[in-house]
Design a protein around this ligand. Structure first.
Ligand code: ASN
Ligand code: ZN
Ligand code: CA
Length: 336
């Protein structure tokens, strides 16, 4: 009996009803995406090791669209499968990258990790991503930006290899926030429109506020808006603020701006006005820098020179884009 490709339906928690590729074997449909390197989605059903079971359905419909504490719930799996698909498509269409290793091979996702686990993570050793359900087992950490953030850790590990501590760790984290945000804008899902906020859908703080803000990172209470000589002493999720702020300024510019109904207000250290070059060009510059100029020990000063080199390659060293890269770094106090 053969296995054939099919097109199923995901009823997600965060992204509405979506199309999901599946495979059919007899009367069972499974969450395997043959069009995206065979990416599979498994249910750990509260375990914290192993793969769990490949998510399967007799109807080719996965999930109910509502959060459920049941260990057999497939809504979290639908969100995870959708996030993996959009992340794959974002990298393919934006950068021509075929999967995390650029070799056409998919990873796999695991949902319902542990009990009341309030995190999600990429693990390069299993080449897999894992999602907890959040407090109360009702709010999985499976939003689009989180999926894109985690899978991008795999891209970083397989390219620049930025060490996960000090300034390189902040750059590693920022790379995941930058491309996670890229995924969210790329997907253009009407239930989860693109923004420069991280984790705004998952109620991680219990009061509806996002985990991080790229226009003014210090709004989270811990992140750095500007480089200082001690920024590398911060947790990597806080030292990332400098690069997230750089990316926002480079894309959208300083001051006040409303995008998809969200109003941002991005300050500059030196009081300068930065004019954005748009997110698409900013993404190209960051990706080229990550894959061609950054190394495991790249710090903020190196990131400035690496992105300037990337901008020179892409647009020329007297281009508006090159000058905007310099201006945006200077505005976050990375001056050389
Ligand atoms: N969700 C976290 C992150 O991707 C997991 C970690 O601390 N590495 O940053
Ligand atoms: Zn991360
Ligand atoms: Ca977001």
């Amino acid at each position: 009996q053969g296995i054939e490709n099919a097109t199923g339906t995901g009823k997600t928690l965060y992204s509405g009803t979506v199309s999901l590729n599946s495979t059919q074997s007899g009367s069972t449909y499974q969450l395997t995406d043959s069009a995206r390197g065979g990416h599979k989605t498994y249910n750990l059903a509260r375990k914290t090791s192993g793969k769990g079971t490949l998510v399967a359905s007799s109807t080719n419909v996965f999930g109910t669209g509502t959060a459920s504490s049941s260990s057999s719930d497939q809504t979290a799996a639908a969100d995870a499968a959708y996030g993996a698909a959009e992340t794959w498509d974002f990298y393919k269409s934006t950068f021509g990258r075929s999967g995390i290793k650029n070799n056409g091979v998919g990873a796999y996702s695991r949902v319902h990790y542990g009990n009341a686990y309030v995190n999600a993570f990429w693990d390069d050793s299993c080449f897999c991503m894992t999602y907890g359900d959040g407090d109360g087992n009702t709010d999985p950490l499976t939003s689009l930006d989180v999926a894109g953030h985690e899978m991008s850790h795999g891209v970083t590990a397989n390219t620049a290899g930025l060490e996960y501590s000090g300034e390189s760790g902040g750059l590693n984290e920022a790379t995941s926030d930058i491309f996670g945000t890229g995924v969210e804008f790329y997907a253009n899902n009407s239930s989860d429109k693109g923004d420069y906020l991280i984790g705004e859908k998952i109620n991680i703080n219990g009061d509806g506020t996002p985990l991080r803000y790229m226009d003014k990172p210090s709004k989270d209470g811990g992140s750095a808006d500007y480089w200082s000589s001690s920024v590398g002493d911060l947790d990597v999720h806080y030292s990332s603020g400098v690069a997230n702020h750089f990316f926002y300024l480079l894309s959208e510019g300083s001051g006040s701006k409303t995008i998809n109904g969200v109003t941002y207000n991005s300050p500059t250290k030196n009081g300068s006005t930065v004019t954005g070059i748009g997110r698409d060009k900013a993404l190209q510059i960051w990706y080229k820098a990550l894959t061609e100029y950054f190394t495991s020990t790249t710090d903020y000063s190196d990131a400035r020179s690496g992105t300037l080199s990337a901008a020179a390659d892409l647009y020329g060293s007297s281009s508006t884009e090159y000058k905007a890269v310099a201006a945006a770094w200077s505005a976050v106090n990375v001056t050389s």
